[in-house]
Design a protein around this ligand. Structure first.
Ligand SMILES: Cc1cc2nc3c(=O)[nH]c(=O)nc-3n(C[C@H](O)[C@H](O)[C@H](O)COP(=O)(O)OP(=O)(O)OC[C@H]3O[C@@H](n4cnc5c(N)ncnc54)[C@H](O)[C@@H]3O)c2cc1C
Ligand SMILES: NC(=O)c1ccc[n+]([C@@H]2O[C@H](COP(=O)([O-])OP(=O)(O)OC[C@H]3O[C@@H](n4cnc5c(N)ncnc54)[C@H](O)[C@@H]3O)[C@@H](O)[C@H]2O)c1
Length: 466
């Protein structure tokens, strides 16, 4: 379409076809609206090709081997480590950067796809520039939803950019395992990929600036994951401030740490957080500052834009940088646009997260410290995850801790954290209890099956006096 052609109108225009954008557009159509979805790279976004799916494919074989090794009758059959080549091939099957299947889904969902880079030109108006420079103009009758996501943040460390470090993109699509990998940042990306690569055969050094990994979770999480990574052979360095980085002629990378230590590696992964992809999407045209997260209310409407026509969902609003939470926000945004009276309150009180290390970390809602900070009168219930028949069947000394944070005024659970093998699959029971504000004396009648690890709930509720 040339610049002169009139803009096409849709009820809803979604900029960004990642997991959030696809869900927003699909839900809008289900609600009887017509929707256009604008995507500049690959439908499916970061999660499908460079984040959730490939990282979990890289972690899964190590987890399976560890589970077998924990069971005496199976352990002798585990005679080797992870097959790196086969793991990379499986990763390719699950996360090849090709969105043909996603395009078919978008079309079958009745969403109008516009390939190219979307930019706001003013209220409800979006210009889309295709790779060949052609510009398509689209106008929204009701709303524009920005779902452009985030990219890896690169901190201003001397020599870092020039050293061409890996971000999550290069790490998750690696075609071979480096002999030595340094990982900058011990958040979720850092710990997951450090464990994936050490189990694939790399020597891994993990450098975290703070004094604990996975800050923000219950303190026992950091202790147990640090221990597990160290047991795998990861050299975990806490309080490590890297002052400079250089790539040598032989291809290796040298890092200087401010305490004087030096680290050498063949690749360096930067995993120190994300930045919103909002620098070049025309935010200045609607009074917002480019490069920042788009702040929203609980109906996902941009708070600083009048007229209730601009929405932001998923990573780009900075509320909860997780695929399932972005998809939740997408459903809420589409419902609000369709006229329903809903709000995305789970973002504050029932946000769900799983770290897919071994042991896993699964959490919903508030930690004990957060609950106290927001003013709840709380009581903490805590037991070892493996101290029941289900845990015993997983092997000897099944690791982990299960903690519930109870609001003692209402006698409901406001937060839960589980660590241990496979606890991600146990989390939804806690999510239902937290989101549903189920009183704990009713939970007593939710009987966990014997012999499952979920019997941990019995021990936890007994601690509450039931
Ligand atoms: C290594 C790693 C592992 C992760 N693992 C998990 C996990 O296991 N579980 C989990 O829940 N979360 C995980 N996450 C987080 C998850 O990837 C993100 O929360 C999720 O991808 C956010 O989805 P989104 O659609 O909001 O943004 P994105 O996935 O970033 O999608 C945004 C889309 O917008 C497009 N776009 C950007 N600008 C424009 C423009 N101007 N015009 C048109 N299109 C544009 C992009 O090309 C992209 O397709 C992980 C993240 C990382 C880095
Ligand atoms: N399993 C999952 O659901 C999953 C997996 C990966 C990522 N994610 C999402 O992606 C988001 C981004 O992950 P992330 O790990 O990049 O960010 P993060 O914010 O979770 O962690 C970044 C870490 O880097 C540290 N750091 C910051 N600057 C540093 C520096 N200069 N040197 C050393 N350490 C430094 C921080 O202290 C922090 O521990 C997460 O918040 C999460 O929402 C989810």
């Amino acid at each position: 379409m040339s610049n002169d052609e009139p803009a096409r109108e849709f009820d809803v225009i979604v900029i960004g076809g990642g997991s959030t954008g696809e869900n927003a557009a699909g839900r809008a159509v289900e609600r009887g609206l017509d929707a256009a979805l604008v995507e500049s790279e690959l439908l499916g976004g970061e999660c499908s090709y460079w984040a959730c799916m490939p990282s979990k494919a890289l972690l899964r074989p190590g987890e399976v081997l560890a589970a077998a090794r924990a069971v005496p009758g199976a352990a002798p059959a585990v005679t080797g480590g992870v097959d790196a080549a086969a793991t990379l091939r499986t990763r390719d099957l699950l996360a090849t950067p090709d969105d043909t299947g996603q395009e078919e889904w978008v079309e079958s969902a009745g969403v109008h796809l516009v390939r190219g880079r979307g930019r706001l030109e003013g209220e409800r108006r979006v210009a889309v520039t295709a790779d060949d420079g052609a510009v398509t103009r689209v106008t929204a009758r009701r709303a524009v939803v920005v779902a452009t996501g985030t990219s890896a943040a690169i901190p201003p460390i001397e020599g870092l950019r020039e050293a061409q470090p890996w971000t999550n993109r290069e790490a998750t699509q690696a075609t071979e395992v480096p002999r030595r990998l340094a990982v900058l940042g011990g958040g979720v990306v850092g710990v997951e990929l450090a464990q994936a690569f050490v189990r694939l055969g790399a020597e891994v050094t993990l450098l975290e600036a703070e004094d604990a990994l996975l800050g923000g979770e219950e303190p026992f999480v950091a202790e147990q994951i640090t221990e597990a990574l160290a047991a795998d052979g990861v050299d975990v360095r806490l309080g490590a401030h890297v002052s400079s980085v250089s790539r040598r002629d032989d291809g290796s990378v040298a890092l200087e740490v401010s305490d004087g230590a030096k680290v050498e590696a063949d690749e360096l992964l930067v995993a120190v957080g994300r930045r919103p992809r909002t620098t070049d999407i025309g935010l200045e045209q609607v009074g917002l500052e480019p490069g920042r997260y788009i702040e929203t209310d609980d109906r996902l409407r941009a708070t600083a834009v009048a007229g209730d026509w601009l929405y932001a969902a998923g990573d780009v609003n900075g509320r909860n940088l997780l695929t399932h939470m972005g998809k939740y926000q997408a459903r809420m945004a589409a419902d609000v646009i369709a006229g329903r009276d809903v709000t995305a309150w789970a973002d504050h009180t029932a946000n769900v997260r799983v770290v897919f290390t071994d042991p896993q970390v699964a959490a919903v809602g508030l930690t004990a410290a957060e609950a106290k900070r927001v003013g709840f009168a709380t009581r903490v219930l805590e037991v070892p995850t493996g101290a029941n028949a289900g845990g015993a069947l997983l092997g000897k000394d099944t690791p982990g801790t299960s903690r519930l944070v109870v609001d003692t005024e209402r006698d409901v659970i406001v937060g839960a954290t589980f660590t241990g093998p496979g606890v991600g699959e146990m989390l939804h029971a806690a999510t239902i209890a937290v989101a549903g504000e189920v009183p704990i004396d009713r939970l007593w009648h939710a009987v966990p099956a014997f012999p499952t690890v979920s019997e941990v709930w019995l021990r936890l509720l007994e601690q509450a006096g039931l």
